[in-house]
Design a protein around this ligand. Structure first.
Ligand code: ZN
Length: 253
């Protein structure tokens, strides 16, 4: 039993234990090229949150990891079989209910560990921040915490070399042989501003990629995944420690 994982704890332990920071991992359920499981983002969220939580706990941070939310925003994948969509307004409603509980019970620090590119919590946390003015609301994308080019050869952002290597390390039994995987080629927009990334429009997934992947997974290895995973857990765990030790009344200097 890990004392920082709420799902593994019990009311006996929580009789006197109190936490400073609640962490909510948030994933998605969606196709990941031909070779990775639909739950890839959930498995990643579970593992990174637990690994980072362990790092923070061992440094003395009073952190509690909530169960992972398994569905994310998949509005651009509505025609891909069984990609499950949770609208941003639904995410807002879920977050408002969770923050109401935490605020009432005296946990004033909150961190989302986001595991899915379609989830964007910044505007939601801006709006909820007005309703919970005593709380520190934070979000992070673990997949942006490190420079991926130091770990992987091929770029990508979905079922790519990074995600494939990670799942090969975390859950090797769930990865099909890489010969089955597509090349994860991304078609570019006919509108240059969108490719330059300063303009934005949601990608229509089934038109952008043939195999649902973006990024070539062929050079993935579990060794690459292990090295990256351990460094990500340290980095995200460090963020948890920093949030725990911050004084809510002196957040700037
Ligand atoms: Zn993913």
């Amino acid at each position: 039993m890990r004392p920082y994982i709420l799902a593994e704890s019990n009311w006996k332990n929580l009789e006197f234990d109190r936490f400073d920071l609640a962490v909510l991992p948030w994933g998605a359920t969606e196709a990941h090229n031909y070779h990775l499981p639909y739950g890839t983002d959930v498995y990643e969220a579970d593992a990174v949150a637990a690994g980072a939580g362990k790092f923070a706990w061992e440094k003395g941070a009073k952190v509690v990891i909530l169960p992972t939310i398994p569905f994310g925003v998949n509005t651009g994948q509505s025609d891909i079989y069984l990609d499950i969509n949770l609208n941003p307004s639904t995410q807002m409603a879920i977050l408002k209910d969770l923050l109401t509980v935490l605020d009432r019970q005296g946990i004033k620090k909150f961190l989302i560990i986001n595991s899915h590119g379609g989830n964007d919590f910044k505007t939601i946390l801006r709006e909820l921040g007005l309703q919970f003015p005593e709380m520190l609301l934070t979000t992070c994308n673990w997949f942006q915490a490190l420079d991926k080019s130091l770990y992987f050869e091929e770029e990508g952002d979905h079922a790519d070399e990074m995600e494939t290597s990670l799942i090969m390390y975390l859950h090797p039994e769930m990865v099909l042989p890489l010969e089955i995987a597509g090349l994860g080629e991304e078609k570019k927009s006919v509108i240059p501003g969108l490719n330059e990334k300063w303009a934005w429009s949601e990608r229509k997934w089934s038109q952008v990629t043939e195999d649902t992947g973006i990024g070539n997974p062929k050079k993935s290895t579990p060794e690459k995944g292990e090295r990256y995973f351990k460094d990500v857990c340290q980095k995200v765990g460090g963020l948890m420690v920093d949030i725990c030790s911050a004084d809510l009344h002196t957040l700037y200097r």
